[in-house]
Design a binder for this molecule. Structure first.
Ligand code: FMN
Length: 353
């Protein structure tokens, strides 16, 4: 008997309760998201500087990003026409509202937003059927967003993503806490997960609605998945494991950097945007990415004060310059030892359904 069930987010039903985490810059675009959606999971495109390949990019990053949102959603639909597609748009992003509206216009099913709490998201989606999910890392965050949405918009999240300390990219914890958690066993964070699940269960009863919860961060295989399903999660969100798939949108060199990485080479870095992040050890990033212009990514960044430009560092990496670029990854990236197809990854979690 399988312990997992399809993931229901209102009228959206994913045959397999797996959301592929949005990965910027350019790591999860239409090819990866489309393949995951086709296999019965939820494929997620990352909106972070999605337009970096467009001709407008250097002169008008906003226009390039808007154009690419439409293009990538369309291409992912062509791969998985009846699959479920989401987009990850970080709250900290400049022009957040414009990207949200463009994604809705382009027919996205689900918007997932972290790197801050998406306080005004219900206003931006009003009149559409799109589903919305905050990414939270603490009980406090889900309590705040749920109360705020209820009071201002009479709305609750359609889905909650709990992202733990083993995730890749920018993380929602202070560095000292991450370091503490890293030293202890990997299930240290379970207590917070339980409290969030408990809070959501009570909310469901109070509002008489169903709010599915998925857990992200360090889930690499079926055993990791079963651990969270046993805790009471409705599903999982997985990022790192999908990077070493043939369908992933990153360059071959980026994927090889994962295949070659040892545990010791994965470290916490202080991103110039003020949040801690996890990536591969790399001493050259700062030297080669001095900010000479601004690509308008994060609201709070001040180009005059930062040691290097995170947009430039991430674009270098996705294109294949893994020495001078920033290779984000989850704590489990060292477990990657072979290239796989998305179908193989999905089957390893769910069997051949
Ligand atoms: C290369 C990479 C880039 C990521 N970029 C983003 C991002 O732009 N926005 C975001 O909310 N999460 C981002 N994440 C987090 C993932 O969506 C996902 O939740 C997380 O990595 C799950 O943990 P796992 O990688 O251990 O499976 C990124 C993760 C990786 C590995």
């Amino acid at each position: 008997m399988e312990r997992w069930k399809p993931l229901k987010i209102g009228e959206l039903i994913a045959r397999k309760p797996l959301i592929q985490g949005g990965m910027g810059v350019g790591i999860s675009l239409s090819s990866l998201a489309g393949a995951v959606a086709k296999e019965g999971g939820i494929g997620v495109i990352s909106a972070a500087q999605i337009g970096y390949k467009e001709p407008e990019w250097e002169n008008n990053p906003l226009e390039a990003n808007l154009k690419a949102i439409e293009k990538e959603i369309k291409k992912a639909r062509e791969i998985a026409n009846d699959g479920i597609l989401g987009i990850n748009i970080m709250v900290a992003t400049r022009f957040y509202e414009r990207y949200v509206k463009k994604a809705i216009e382009s027919g996205i099913d689900l918007i997932i937003s972290g790197a801050g709490l998406p306080t005004e998201l219900p206003a931006y989606i009003s009149g559409s059927k799109v589903k919305i999910a905050p990414i939270v890392s603490t009980l406090k965050s889900i309590q705040v967003i749920s109360k705020y949405w209820e009071r201002k918009y009479q709305k609750q999240p359609d889905l909650v993503v709990i992202e733990g300390p083993q995730a890749g990219g920018h993380l929602g914890f202070p560095v000292d806490e991450l370091e503490k958690l890293e030293k202890r066993n990997s299930y240290e964070y379970d207590n917070e997960v339980r409290q969030i699940l408990d809070f959501v269960k009570k909310l469901e009863r109070k509002e008489n609605i169903k709010i599915p919860v998925v857990v992200a961060g360090g889930i690499y295989d079926k055993k990791d998945m079963e651990h969270y399903i046993e805790l009471g999660a409705d599903g999982i969100q997985v990022g790192t494991r999908f990077v070493t798939t043939y369908e992933c949108d990153a360059s071959r060199e980026f994927k090889e950097a994962y295949l070659n990485a040892s545990k010791e080479e994965i470290e916490l870095v202080k991103s110039p945007v003020g949040m801690p992040a996890r990536g591969l050890k790399n001493l050259l990033v700062k030297e080669f990415n001095k900010p000479d212009k601004c690509y308008q990514c994060i609201k709070k960044c001040n180009p005059a004060e930062i040691p290097y430009c995170i947009t430039k560092a991430l674009i270098r990496a996705v294109k294949g310059d893994v020495e001078k670029g920033m290779v984000f990854c989850g704590a489990n990236a060292y477990r990657a030892n072979k290239m796989e197809t998305v179908k193989e990854v999905m089957d390893s979690f769910f069997g051949k359904h």
